[in-house]
Ligand binder design. Structure first.
Ligand SMILES: *Cc1c(COP(=O)(O)O)cnc(C)c1O
Length: 398
């Protein structure tokens, strides 16, 4: 059977980019694209940010990989900075979001095992969630389309409605160990959790002695205008997964936790060959240099408000094409009336990159370095595509 050399697990758009600069990507034919996908919320500083390029070049000439058998000063530095800027006391480094989630899930199980409650291992998760593609992560996500054909499903995950505190509380049994939630659901359609819901989850976790585990792989690292999305609600988890934006394009994942939650992950209990290597750590430290610099997140919030205002006006003007805007900061979802994938394809044709999400949503997740002029350019393309689609729909209905 003829199979492409690259396993066809993705339905790819027929475009290949050759280079990038800031918020723009360029293909081989000289085509220029405004990148409001950012590699699915990864390129937080855009493409080839001078500070990251300089750091990567310098590190590439010094040292790439050593192994966690030895001390890695850049890893210690990144961990200390993440700890200083979060609820966490300690960090484990991995290479992807799924691995960061996996570390947190293993931590949860071992935490209760060490506490003499090995039967307490179940994790309450949300409908519409996405936590990655490993066997445990697809079980946590609970989506039929990701689980199909991969039986037996990893044991121990219960799904409840996202945002529904009563349902969450009703699902707790003596076997429940943790609650795992994305503070802003990404793949599920850019759905922000309310502050009351997150506060309620914290109270519930405390009341029943559960660990609260936030998956900020997509919504973390400044995406919502704070370093971590849960900060808006004024509550802290016990465990948190990070990845995507943390490396600005370099593959990395991290599991952050309180000392209490992580105490059971003792020497030899978990590991990663590549996780936390000098090259990845240098780049991630460079990303933090910029995100934590004075005024950076303030500018993210300002441009996010501008984008939101412009999009709301567009939705009002295009009721036959668009239904609603939602999200937080520069993690924006446009709920469509027309087919979302059709709009994403049309935007690509016109030079704007976006990403489809669940619930017929078009996701806009630009690099955090964008300015109002980038928003203006994106809105011009969005407006043009919506007009085209509205005209086509009118023609069809005659
Ligand atoms: C992307 C994503 C993951 C998985 O990350 P990978 O790096 O693809 O393994 C996990 N959780 C959330 C919320 C994500 O958006």
């Amino acid at each position: 059977m003829a199979v492409p050399a690259v396993m066809p697990t993705y339905a790819r758009a027929d475009v290949a980019f050759e280079r990038g600069e800031g918020a723009y990507l360029y293909d081989r034919d000289g085509g220029r694209f405004l990148d409001f996908a950012a590699g699915i919320a990864v390129n937080v500083l855009g493409h080839c940010h001078p500070h990251l390029v300089e750091i990567l070049r310098a590190q590439a000439g010094k040292l790439w990989h050593t192994s966690n058998l030895y001390r890695i000063p850049e890893q210690e530095r990144l961990a200390e900075r993440l700890v200083a800027n979060s609820f966490a006391d300690t960090v484990f480094f991995a290479n992807s979001g799924a691995e960061a989630v996996e570390c947190g899930l293993k931590m949860v199980r071992r935490h209760f095992d060490e506490a003499g409650e090995p039967g307490r291992y179940r994790v309450i998760c949300c409908e519409g969630a996405f936590h990655g593609r490993t066997l445990a992560a697809i079980a946590a996500g609970g989506q039929e389309k990701h689980l199909a054909g991969f039986d037996p499903v990893v044991e121990g995950f219960d799904q409840v409605a996202f945002g529904n505190l009563d349902e969450t509380r009703a699902a707790i049994t003596p076997e429940t160990a943790a609650i795992l939630v994305e503070p802003v659901q990404g793949e599920g359609g850019i759905k922000p959790a309310s502050a009351e819901y997150l506060k309620g989850l914290r109270q519930t976790a405390d009341e029943f002695g559960l660990l609260l585990f936030f998956d900020e792989v997509q919504c973390g690292m400044g995406r919502t205008g704070k370093l971590f999305a849960h900060e808006w609600a004024g509550v802290a988890p016990d465990v948190m997964a990070l990845a995507k934006g943390l490396g600005g394009g370099f593959p990395i994942g991290a599991c952050l936790a309180t000392g209490k939650a992580a105490a059971a992950l003792t020497t030899g209990s978990h590991g990663s060959t590549f996780g936390g290597n000098p090259l990845a750590m240098s780049v991630a430290n460079g990303v933090l240099d910029v995100i934590l610099s004075d005024g950076f997140l303030g500018r993210v919030n300002a441009v996010a408000r501008y984008l939101r205002r412009r999009l709301e006006a567009l939705v009002k003007a295009q009721p036959k094409v668009l239904l609603e805007v939602r999200g937080a900061g520069l993690m924006v979802g446009i709920v469509c009336v027309v087919d979302n994938r059709g709009l994403v394809a049309r935007l690509l044709d016109e030079g704007l990159l976006s990403v489809a999400a669940g619930g017929n949503v078009v996701r806009l997740m630009p690099p955090l370095i964008i300015e109002e002029r980038h928003v203006d350019e994106a809105l011009e393309i969005l407006d043009r595509c919506c007009r085209q689609l509205a005209a086509e729909a009118a023609e069809k209905t005659g």
